[in-house]
Design a protein around this ligand. Structure first.
Ligand code: AMP
Length: 283
């Protein structure tokens, strides 16, 4: 496995593999089983002749001024070993200065899906995501890129980015990997206190209760939302950023649920802000 720390070495690596399949897995590092499942998915997609490249870059432009950019976990040596074991062909881990010119002045912005959910409480976040993913697509020129369904809104926005800006990159979604108690794996789980860690699985339990209500025939989105909200708030450390019941394609909040819905939540447990979602479709 190659470890590429700058754009020049990445370009060379890619030129040597021109004409062969290449699948990108963008990450911010502090890798866990969720990330590694994306690497495995990418490996299947690339085939035996193809390459899988994992980018590890804590992208400053997607963090707000009061967010956890400095506190975000960084563990490059361990990440490198995990990527190698999971079958990656290369890791691309540039420095911030290698990705952004000091006088950079062009950004990519998505104006519709980004107005809801995390976009509503993290202004500028998805602009930062779209800009860095555009740069990664231009640098790596992958045939496909794999993103997790845990970040459902991000996946929807990246699909829109690829469609609207004509990137010839297949966007592949991959299911959420969870801890045995249901908590969605996240690099931010490392920053939970013991108390926070013991309370955080309530997010998953609450989403499952909401989903069960939908399966039992509840179609009033406000009632489903309230059930999820009350369940999460039963834990003393939980500080809810949002709980929403939205249309899975437009991400617009629903009043009456028809045949499909996404229940999504973002909750602080102390400093870390955790997100999760569940998708439901009428059988
Ligand atoms: P991050 O490093 O948090 O930016 O995540 C990098 C990629 O891994 C994104 O596409 C995430 O959606 C995905 N991811 C993060 N956590 C999980 C998880 N628990 N299961 C599956 N994919 C995940």
């Amino acid at each position: 496995m190659e470890f590429l720390t700058n754009v020049a070495s990445l370009k060379l690596w890619r030129e040597e593999r021109a004409g062969r399949p290449c699948v990108l897995v963008p990450t911010m590092g502090a890798l866990h089983e969720g990330h590694l499942s994306l690497v495995e998915r990418a490996r299947q997609h690339a085939g035996p002749q193809g390459s899988v490249i994992v980018s590890i870059f804590v992208n400053p432009t997607q963090f707000g001024p009061n967010e956890d950019f400095d506190a975000y976990p960084r563990q490059m040596e361990a990440d490198r070993e995990k990527c190698e074991r999971a079958g990656a062909s290369a890791v691309f881990a540039p420095a911030v200065s290698g990705m952004y010119a000091p006088d950079r002045s062009v950004n990519i912005q998505e104006d519709s899906l980004s107005t809801y959910l995390c976009g509503a409480t993290r202004p500028g976040h998805f602009g930062g995501v779209c800009t860095v993913v555009t740069k990664l697509f231009n640098l790596v020129r992958p045939d496909a890129a794999v993103f997790g369904e845990k970040d459902f809104q991000q996946l929807a926005i990246i699909r829109r980015l690829a469609r609207d800006l004509d990137f010839a990159v297949e966007i592949v979604g991959s299911p959420t990997v969870r801890e045995p108690d249901g908590l969605a794996m996240s690099s931010r789980n490392e920053n939970l206190t013991a108390e926070g860690r013991s309370q955080a699985p309530v997010i998953y339990r609450a989403l499952q209760l909401g989903r069960a209500a939908l399966e039992d025939g509840e179609r009033d989105a406000a009632k489903v939302r309230q059930l999820v909200l009350d369940t999460i708030q039963s834990q003393p450390l939980a500080r809810v950023d949002y709980v929403e019941v939205v249309h899975p394609e437009t991400l617009q909040p629903l009043d009456v649920i028809a045949s499909q819905a996404l229940i999504a939540a973002a909750v602080f447990f102390g400093k870390p802000r955790l997100i999760d979602n569940t998708y439901w479709r009428e059988a």
